[in-house]
Design a protein around this ligand. Structure first.
Ligand SMILES: Nc1ncnc2c1ncn2[C@@H]1O[C@H](COP(=O)(O)OP(=O)(O)OP(=O)(O)O)[C@@H](O)[C@H]1O
Ligand SMILES: [Mg+2]
Length: 283
């Protein structure tokens, strides 16, 4: 017998997993992760949609899309003037992107008068989940209405972080926010994983914070570690994910390994049937 939970899981087998790449701390590698993971998952045969939820539009330029002011973006979707199907673009790297530009900064104010404003992105994605295996959301470095839309639309969050002292403090705030969103707006939201980025193994503090992270979050911490690698920083200026820029670089290899690890996790979650039913971290 499958039970209700099992039936729901079977029904979701072919639906996209929606992952919000989020951390309210700036410059921790959210966009680098969202763009490169999209490219690596696509390389492994997955159908991927990358949604840029940041008015900075870094994910948009990072995959070679020019941020023209007239470009229809995620902004038009949030305010109900367009659909994702009409707005997404096909990149030359095997995945689709829903672009953003600085117009999106106005969404915060425009959404004030719109009913159910936290659910705009989730509602826009209904009907598209069968077309993709993964939808990745590149969130801005703030806990604002754009991020809330991302967290409400997502099944789970991926948290990139640098292993430095203040990262742990920021993480406590983020986990508290996720619990609030889970309690009030999106009861199924889980932590998919914590990703150590810009890792420098020579630093004692980095090693220490990394161990603390594993101690507290256990298997939620990805085995794959993203090293500090200059090719990852250079690739966006060519409008390319790193696997299209320098495939043999350590950065490209690390993001390919991460994509494989995520696929393994997904396969084993399907094998076990149900999700944990919790955020998956200690209180
Ligand atoms: N592993 C890495 N090695 C070297 N440089 C990196 C690495 N990951 C990211 N960077 C660089 O660090 C900077 C910040 O990264 P990124 O833009 O991905 O962070 P972010 O969290 O999206 O920032 P924001 O909070 O502003 O959106 C960028 O210049 C990026 O190229
Ligand atoms: Mg970013």
């Amino acid at each position: 017998m499958l039970g209700i939970r099992g039936i729901v899981d079977l029904a979701q087998v072919d639906l996209a997993k929606i992952l919000a790449v989020t951390n309210q701390k700036g410059g921790v590698g959210k966009t680098t992760t969202a763009v490169n993971l999209s490219a690596c998952l696509a390389e492994l045969g997955q159908r991927v949609l990358l949604i840029d939820l940041d008015p900075q539009g870094n994910a948009t330029t990072g995959c070679g899309v020019v941020k023209r002011v007239a470009l229809p973006t995620v902004y038009q979707i949030l305010i109900g003037r367009s659909t994702i199907a009409d707005t997404r673009l096909v990149t030359e790297f095997g995945f689709d992107v829903l672009p953003a530009n600085r117009e999106l900064a106005g969404a915060e104010i425009d959404l004030i008068d719109i009913a159910q404003r936290e659910y705009r992105l989730r509602d826009a994605l209904v009907g598209l989940r069968g077309e993709y295996d993964f939808v990745l959301l590149d969130c801005p470095p703030a806990l604002n209405m754009l991020t809330v839309n991302g967290l409400v639309a997502a099944d789970a969050v991926m948290i990139p972080m640098q292993c430095e002292y203040y990262a742990l403090e920021g993480l406590t705030d983020l986990v508290a926010t996720l619990k609030k969103v889970r309690g009030n707006l999106n009861p199924v939201l889980e932590i998919e994983g914590l990703l150590r980025t810009m890792f420098d193994p020579r630093s004692t503090l980095t090693q220490q914070v990394s161990r603390e992270l594993e101690g507290h979050f256990g298997a939620k911490v990805y085995r794959t570690i993203i090293p500090r690698n200059v090719r990852l920083a250079e690739a966006p200026s060519y409008g390319k994910p790193v696997i299209a820029f320098d495939r043999s670089s350590k950065g490209a290899q690390a993001y390919l390994l991460l994509a494989e690890e995520i696929l393994e996790r997904r396969a084993s979650a399907r094998g076990h049937g149900a999700s944990s039913g919790e955020l998956g971290v200690a209180p």
